[in-house]
Design a protein around this ligand. Sequence first.
Ligand code: 13P
Ligand code: SF4
Length: 351
Amino acid sequence: MGIQAESLEKTYQLMKEQLSHLVPEAELRYKAELVYEINRLKKERGAVILGHNYMEPALYHTVPDYVGDSLELSRIAARTEGDPIIFCGVRFMAETAKILAPEKTVLLPASKAGCSLADSITAEEVRRLKAAFPGVPVVAYVNTYADLKAEIDYCCTSSNAARVVQAIDSDTIIFLPDEYLAKNVARETGKRIIFPAQNGEIQQVDPGELRNTLIGWHGKCEVHEKFTVDDIQRVREQFPDAIVLAHPECSPEVVEASDFSGSTSAMIKYVKESQAPRYLLLTECSMADNIWAENRDKEMIRMCSVRCPHMNEITLEEVLDSLRKNQYRIELPEEIIRQARRSVDRMLEIA
Ligand code: 13P
Ligand code: SF4
């Protein structure tokens, strides 16, 4: 993966071949210079660059050694020999890489790069839930910070959430923090779902109401919550042959009205392997561009005011600075790494 070119001119030519329909000429020249310098420095430093599927096309197709969804990138972080690991994604992803490769330097190219889901719940709130439901196993989405992962029993990602829930031998499971993912998993696994936390208070629940039940939280992805069933209907009226793909962070109504739901990599695979002429992707916009760059025979329907501001903090300029200045280092207390690792390892064993 990435562009392996011996000169700046060759880097520019390769980028032009793949990206000229997406990136204007003036930008291509400038970005080729950044890409050439990043790849030169990466080699010199023995670094490895991991890129989430949401990175913008001129970054996604040029500098990462590996691209993928959260689960795939976690697996690569655990086994890569490269050091430092430059994580082109958001903070919770870079933290997961640090949990799995604590001896390595993990760098996030932006100082913040948050996530509305990770910000929706604190470790203290998890402790209060555990006190209210003693003995109930806790699953948390990978889109959470390390101190929260240290409090839970199992981690999960969008590609294995239902599998993790099905593997747990318990009638009741706390599933945090994404309300929509929890509802989608509840539907897939045939479970009820309740939300006992209201306005910061955890309500009492009758034990009889906890049979075959997920206990959820009201976290939302600020990107995926914007998609509606009306969006799908409008596109289907105009393009009856369009295939609609929705990330499981979309509402259950949107997921139900779609043709396919899966992790970012599962959506990419679906489009690559399908014969349909056009697709609507209900997820971060860059994904459609990235797929189109490699599948020019397929039409990606544009509905793209929806971008993740946090993923967008990662630019080629920031990646170059990250390599030059060794910034921004992910530092986690040893005890947090040790405790959080249990829940991540359990997920990797199940997946
Ligand atoms: P994936 O694990 O499917 O790549 O999703 C990560 C994410 O943050 C989606 O918004
Ligand atoms: Fe978080 Fe949503 Fe951005 Fe993914 S798209 S990183 S879930 S805010």
